[in-house]
Write a protein that binds this ligand. Structure first.
Ligand code: NAD
Length: 482
């Protein structure tokens, strides 16, 4: 199988994998010091190329604020590298495990070994951090890494390729560029682990391709994450968090609150306060320097279509915040939009939105909310705004989501020590935290025989000793009562 043209150093992806694997097998697994040195090199590169990355991302999106890229991507990458560096020696330590009585003279441990070559496939929405955090995790676990960034952010992908070629030899880290056909070929390669971030739809194809080679996968997918506002909790804190989570990167965030469930008595207040909070956050409306454009014409048309269809089906559509003046000439900006009363048949209530549109549904009881969430695919995130009371605990116990945020949105992703991943259609496996290190390591169980070898008494030819040992382990042989 070959991957055409755009691959680096004149090698196709299959050749790169062969080179990385042979280098991995030739050299001993990297020591703690070597791994830390790789992480330090990666950190320095991130900071050195920070401006190029920001410019490339803004150009790819049409517009994205440099603050947003620094806060939502660069800071996350640096924080994650620092977290891994700080905790690496603890993560790498072998773990002692319990041994049964008969084996007591020996001891058991788990050693975390690098898997070998890890493939990383990334989406376009946070094209930098969703490539670099998996990369840092894979390097920390002692692996070599091949990356396939998104074709929808071509300038960023190209910068990523250059900066990494500048930092690591191709047999340590390599970047393969290309579109869906390259993605399909990439997911067919016999990696030792494959981490895919993207849509549920493509995730299915990736898992199918990986299964041909029995490559273990981590799938970081999407879905519709609800924001549930307890009765009486439409206030500044709640609205600030929802507006932040929904409008950062213009809603093009996998863990953005997709829709809101609001008590029917609070609907009016919710609409009014959302509008006021948007106006405060983006004082120049959608052309504010801090408001991001939609990444492509196709996605823009898709989002406009979602709103139009909901309107046609009788939903109330409210464009929130300050309306742009006639000077507005920014590409693909979409006003923050509330959609109230969309029925379940509307696409906006079925598809992941991935844009600055917030459908709002009302409820009467928390039981209704739980039934609504549980009748749908398990979300990547679930947000609850209210007190940490019985209602909150019941909601948490009775619903299953990748992660949960209480009185905040998105911030669980910034907690380096928490696992990050979905469940069911929103994903499989996790990274960040020790879970990330372990996902990219092989947990090898090792049993060391002690000097006194009791189990050897249980070998043929069997006799009295075996009977005695069996009696001791299994108990006396009493007839079964009928
Ligand atoms: P996507 O699934 O369209 O593309 C992701 C990657 O898959 C790209 O690199 C693309 O080239 C590649 N690809 C496309 N077709 C392929 C195929 N047939 N076989 C193999 N690879 C293929 O996703 P996207 O539009 O780039 O990103 C948006 C989606 O990603 C949303 O659903 C969002 O929720 C999800 N997402 C999830 C997370 C997370 O951490 N869980 C983070 C960001 C985005």
């Amino acid at each position: 199988m070959t991957i055409p043209a755009e691959s680096i150093h004149g090698l196709d992806a299959a050749d790169l994998l062969a080179r990385q694997r042979s280098a991995f097998l030739k050299e001993a697994p990297p020591s703690l010091a070597e791994r830390k040195a790789r992480l330090a090199r990666l950190r320095a590169t991130v900071l050195a190329w920070r401006n190029e990355v920001k410019e490339a991302i803004s150009a790819d999106f049409g517009h994205r604020s440099r603050h947003e890229t620094d806060i939502m991507e660069t800071a996350g990458v640096v924080q994650s590298i620092d977290y891994l560096t700080r905790n690496l020696s603890r993560f790498m330590k072998a773990e002692h495990r319990h041994v049964g009585f008969v084996y007591r003279s020996g001891h058991a441990r788990v050693e975390y070994q690098p898997k070998g070559v890890v493939g990383v496939m990334a989406p376009w929405n946070y094209p930098f951090s969703l490539t670099f955090i998996p990369l840092a995790t894979a390097l920390a676990a002692g692996n070599r890494v091949m990356l396939k960034p998104s074709e929808l952010t071509p300038r960023t992908s190209e910068v990523i390729q250059r900066m990494l070629a500048d930092t690591f030899p191709a047999d340590e880290v390599a970047v393969v560029l290309g579109g869906p056909e390259v993605g399909a070929a990439f997911s067919n390669l016999p990696f030792d682990h494959l981490l895919f971030t993207g849509s549920t739809q493509v995730g299915r194809k990736v898992m199918k391709a990986a299964s041909e080679n029995l490559v273990p996968v981590t799938l970081e997918l999407g879905g519709k994450s609800p924001a549930i506002v307890a009765r009486g909790h439409v206030d500044e804190r709640t609205m600030g968090s929802i507006v932040f989570g929904k409008l950062a990167n213009a809603g093009q965030t996998c863990v953005a609150p997709d829709y809101a469930l609001v008590h029917e008595d609070d609907l009016q207040a919710f609409v009014a306060q959302f509008d006021a909070m948007v106006a405060r956050t983006y004082p120049e409306g959608p052309t504010s320097k801090d408001y991001t454009s939609i990444v492509s014409d196709r996605h823009y048309a898709r989002l406009v279509g979602l709103v139009d269809e909901a309107r046609r089906r009788g939903a109330r559509v409210i464009e929130a915040g300050v309306r742009p003046g006639s000077a507005a000439n920014r590409v693909r900006t979409l006003a923050p939009t509330l959609v109230v009363g969309a029925s379940d048949e509307c696409a906006v209530m079925q598809e992941e939105i991935f844009g600055p549109i917030l459908p709002v549904r009302t409820y009467r009881t928390m039981d209704e909310v739980i039934d609504y969430v549980n009748a749908r695919p398990r979300p990547l995130a679930l947000y609850y705004f209210g007190n940490e009371d019985d209602a909150c605990e019941t909601l948490l116990k009775r619903t299953t989501s990748g992660n949960t945020g209480i009185n905040n949105t998105l911030l669980h992703v910034a907690q380096d020590d928490l696992p990050f991943g979905g469940v069911g259609p929103s994903g499989m496996g996790a990274y960040h935290g020790i879970e990330g290190f372990r996902a990219m390591s092989h947990a090898k169980g090792v049993f060391v025989q002690g000097r006194w070898n009791l189990p050897s008494l249980l070998r043929a030819p069997f006799g009295k000793v075996a009977d005695l040992a069996l009696k001791f382990t299994l108990g006396a042989n009493r007839p079964r009562r009928r």
